[in-house]
Design a protein around this ligand. Sequence first.
Ligand code: ZN
Length: 632
Amino acid sequence: MANIIKEILKTLPDDKISDSVFEGANIVLYTKDKEYFLNNEGTIRDAVNEFKKRIELRPDPSITEKQEETQKLIKSLMPEDTGLSNIIFDAQRSQVIIEVEKPGIAIGKQGSILREIKEKTMWVPIVRRTPAIKCELIENIRGVLYENNDFRRKFLNKVGERVYAGWTKGRKEEWVRLTYLGSGRHVGRSCILLQTPESKILLDCGVDVSAPDEHAYPYFDCPEFKIEDLDAVIVSHAHLDHSAIIPLLFKYGYQGPIYCTEPTRDIMALLQLDLVKIMRMEGKEPIYTSDEVKEMVKNTIIVGFDEVTDITPDVRITFYNAGHILGSAMVHIHIGNGLHNLLYSADIKYMKSRLLAPAITKFPRLESMMLESTYGGKDCTMPSREVSENEFAEIVMKTIERGGKVLVPVLGSGRAQEIMLIIESLIREEKMKEVSVWVDGMVWDITAIHTAYPEYMNSTIRKRIMHKDQNPFLAPFLKRVGSNKERKQITEEEGPCVILATSGMMTGGPSVEYFKELAEGEKNTIIFVSYLGPGSLGRRVASGEKEIGFQTSANKREVLKVNMEVHQMDGFSGHAGRNELMDFVQNCNPRPRKIILNHGEVSRALDLASSIHKKYRIETSCPKNLEAIRLR
Ligand code: ZN
């Protein structure tokens, strides 16, 4: 037993604790004493205050009520309208997981229903939201976690033993170092190695989707990177340029924890599985399989926003809302008991969007910051949301009125849901007449994941979903497209409508298929809302090419005339524009002494670095890949 548990036990009454275990950085104590479990007179709370760790008291499995009886009681206590869908027992942890549509109702007034379950059965009830739109992936992930309960218990205990190895109060360390394995002066393959005397931690591990193979992966051959020495991997958000390579780490033997938010885990698993599928379809050998994605899920430790979590003996992290996509986090890293505080911004949006709140700027302490610079150049200012939304509405309405169809190529996560929310509000506020909005497969699946996690959205939309029962994603005019046959029906038979489909740049995916069907119709419109990579079909169409050649079979080419109306809009970006980035730095409290710019093309990163230095007198740098920076 590690030292910390011995120290905690010394502060608690004798003979009350029957067992103790780590669940990651959390310390779980078990008791066989019913009285002590229900009323420990603040002894556990006192221990939490003294040790500043999360300590949870649970009943020993031997004193819990029979599962059948407990199930009956839970069913009788749950009000009709909770939408109870599942009750799952985790016997070794004395926990019962109650899956419902409306967690707020299931909990009861000030937790009264849960308290009653606890008192009468000695089970610890945990309420979990069933997504409002059926989501196979979430069911699968929850299934994998339940099935591998035994593995999870041992794994989480091992992680805890590592976190508390050499645990002492008031330890001092001397240095902190960052090495860029990717995303140095570049957008794509985000991957940074953080080292301290006690820890080796990877911040993100992504791919460069548009690069040829040898430049697509992070620099794993860098001398200081050894997979077997890695203590932890932290994932800021689910986009593939931050998460795609993680399953590969497991293929190469990594066995440690992955830290991320719950929506990030689900969306990245979905995107990774899709990546495997696409590689197979293109006749390539996938770089990993669904087995490694499953390994990743088994090794993931969920951290919510604003929760402080120890991940190694000298590193403690806190996730803050980044405003970029659902579940996207900035990572605050507290090193060596106050020696250094670093913020990894990853991708941020510093503006309220329809879906999310802007990135946080208030931190407990901050000496250094790694900041993205995707739109860091002086010329990268963006029109306001309001202007963009009005323009978007006008284009859509004009097209609908003349009997045309609107195609919006989107990334599966982020922009797509934003566009759905804009259309929903236009129709609800009767600014636009009701039309069908066809949401293609992948976009629909990611939207379904959104419906499981309203607590990650901004307060306006959260209130609508949680309290007012007006989930905008359930609006009747939002409809799923599942098959090729349905796609054909929409383009050939359906009247005026809006279609949302991946990919955003039209480098592949259903958006290209819709485009082929709709491009020649003069009444139709295409609206690009994502970044368009050089050479992509999206960029060509947006820049005015009117004839596009397609290879239809081995020796046949067809030329497609683009007669449809073409628009490109920058105002919906999930990234902060130049002004937002400058404002973000200005409003950071405390303001960092050093800012390291990454995740941006060379000229933009350098431009932002020099402007921040001139305006705020903060030391800046723009490391290249393979370059290392010593922070202390
Ligand atoms: Zn991103």
